[in-house]
Design a protein around this ligand. Sequence first.
Ligand code: LLP
Length: 417
Amino acid sequence: MSEFQYQNGELHAEAVALSAIAEQYGTPCYVYSRRAIEQAFLAWDSALAGQPHLVCFAVKANSNLAVLNVLARLGAGFDIVSGGELERVLAAGGDPARVVFSGLGKTEDEMRRALQVGIKCFNVESTAELERLQKVAAELGVQAPVSLRVNPDVDAMTHPYISTGLKENKFGIDIASALAVYRRAAALPNLDVQGADCHIGSQLTDDTPLIDALDRMLLLVDQLAAEGIQVHHLDLGGGLGVTYDDETPPTPGEYLAKVREKVAGRDLTLLFEPGRSIVANAGLLLTQVNLLKPTEHKNFAIIDAAMNDLIRPALYSAWMGIDAVRPRTDVAAKPWDLVGPVCETGDFLGKDRELALAEGDLLAVRSAGAYGFVMSSNYNTRPRAAEVMVDGAATHLIRRRETVSELFAGESLLPEA
Ligand code: LLP
């Protein structure tokens, strides 16, 4: 059940009316439900009960410290892709021993820091990265735990910008060369081969490609074992889709039951890196109608959230649900394009949405908990939105709205002539 429901004609986050949040914190504002985050994480974790596993939340999907902390308290691991994300996990009380480090451009500094704090594993994406990690680990006199991110060459059947598992994509090590690269990894003295991993794409609404990738990975694990290279864990990445509109992705439980069947009887710890499926539907973007501009061709509702706050519609033509916080019956519903004030034609959050609107109305852009705030920018010198977490009847400001002066605080003028 969604934690965002109508009560007495008004959309609430758990027990809190969204209008109260708008009044207290202003708009645009991201609103998250603690309970929804916890339930989504536990759906993964409990479906893996009895099987050695670690669910590593993909920090890139939502890196607010409070969100990470809620997950850390449940014993979550974390999948990071930068030194910055590592610092966030540590600041949020995450356990470094439960961190996997993905990403194809790790720097020596990032590797050093991750080795010093003792992360669980580096997901290595190229031979060059392997050699670099060997060098950094040798300098520190430690063994670096590694897994190779293998590109299994399966089509995730999702948007091309978020599809990553085809051989023409920049990610991972081609499965055909994986054996040779593993041999090299096993021969390097400061590397400790721990696992194998893959991640084929995001927002998958059918798990067939994920299971195909798993089959290919298990074949590889067997080939490695035949050569005396024993991997202890298999990391299947993230990618499970969510419902934005009428998609019907498998639940984590359904997907994981299939995975468990395939790995039954093997001595393998399973790792996953879900991002979207944990936080997307645990958040929304609260925005207010600023001006109405009906024209002969189109009705535009100019709202106070824009592409800089939520770029998914502009970048991927993503469809996000948009609902009135207090649906009104005193004006007729008609199709509106919900557009921001940014000077770009791509600045819209939804098009042709049948809504009854008046100036000042509050709208909720649904499913915005993943890849929402984290992808926001200051384009047009717009301060980034506030973030609020609802917990039962309580609201907590977990990131205050930026001020304009903060936006140029790091800039300076040239010296006087
Ligand atoms: N692991 C790796 C190595 C990844 O690259 C990603 C996402 C994940 C895990 C988490 O995937 P998820 O479970 O969230 O699908 N900005 C795009 C999505 C980009 C996903 C990038 N990688 C969007 O808004 O749709």
